[in-house]
Design a protein around this ligand. Structure first.
Ligand SMILES: C[S@@+](CC[C@H](N)C(=O)[O-])C[C@H]1O[C@@H](n2cnc3c(N)ncnc32)[C@H](O)[C@@H]1O
Length: 255
């Protein structure tokens, strides 16, 4: 069977969405997307930037929304005692096959199967924008963290999810047609390198993340806005993402 032709990202705003069901539906596509060497931004630059945000390995690290476990495996190799949690059973099963020794739990981020203060580091890499109950997940991360522990997260930058570029030029206008301030759902669909993927996520304003962190008892220590580094530009239209942030990185301290 021939592979599908590449198709640039198309974004559709949705009235409603079942974020968890979307990950189970797209699990096979995600496994190919996430695991093809050099394909995803994770391998090109994003993992390395995110790792710079983390404290050194400590007592125990939770990978919240670990998916098929690529970051958990990398953290383990770096010396973290890692536990992964994800709601998508198909992804976790693939994670267990990749490393049967990794502790991976099927659970919702709002009801974690761990006692209070079980970890000194919780990471949520590109998962909070895909979770239905942001506040519940952040509260639960705070509960399972010890005092003085860190919560490190990466999300699609709210600037990115609020709008779209109007063209492929490095100087193309970026337009917000709806509201940055209102929460909404959207589906991004694309084919790249012959691999098809659909991402269904929630757009939330920056304030929603900052308030969820503050209300759960976190103090933001670092906030970074990664754009596309030169070495990761594979197509001319990638240059647009050197003017605006693709992702948002936050390191927060549990007080
Ligand atoms: C973009 S993927 C990222 C996966 C992984 N962190 C990685 O980078 O490979 C988002 C993940 O969040 C998970 N997720 C979404 N809602 C969740 C919830 N309520 N509880 C736990 N995991 C959830 C999805 O199943 C999916 O695996």
């Amino acid at each position: 069977m021939s592979e599908p032709q590449d198709r640039p990202l198309e974004r559709t705003r949705l009235e409603s969405a079942d974020l968890g069901a979307a990950w189970e539906r797209n699990a096979e596509s995600w496994l190919a997307w996430a695991r093809t060497p050099g394909h995803d931004s994770y391998w090109l630059f994003h993992r390395d930037l995110f790792l710079q945000l983390l404290p050194p390995p400590g007592r125990r690290t939770l990978d919240l929304g670990c998916g098929e476990g690529r970051l958990s495996r990398d953290l383990k190799a770096l010396g973290h005692d890692v536990v992964g949690v994800d709601a998508a059973e198909t992804l976790l099963a693939a994670g267990r096959t990749a490393d049967p020794a990794l502790q991976l739990h099927v659970a919702d981020a709002t009801t974690l199967p761990f006692g209070d203060a079980s970890f000194d580091l919780v990471v949520a890499f590109m998962s909070l924008q895909d979770m239905e109950d942001l506040r519940g997940a952040v509260r639960e991360a705070a509960r399972v963290l010890e005092r003085g522990g860190r919560f490190c997260l990466a999300i699609v930058h709210p600037f990115n999810s609020a709008g779209r570029f109007q063209g492929d030029e490095p100087t193309s206008h970026f337009v917000v047609e709806g509201s940055h301030l209102a929460e909404s759902y959207y589906a991004d669909s694309l084919v790249r390198g012959g691999l098809e993927m659909e991402f269904v996520s929630a757009h939330r304003p920056l304030e929603a993340y900052a308030e969820a962190l503050a209300d759960a008892g976190f103090l933001v220590e670092r906030l970074r806005e990664p754009s596309l580094p030169d070495h990761a530009i594979q197509r001319p239209r990638g240059r647009r993402w050197q003017r605006l942030p693709l992702f948002l990185h936050v390191r927060a301290l549990k007080r």
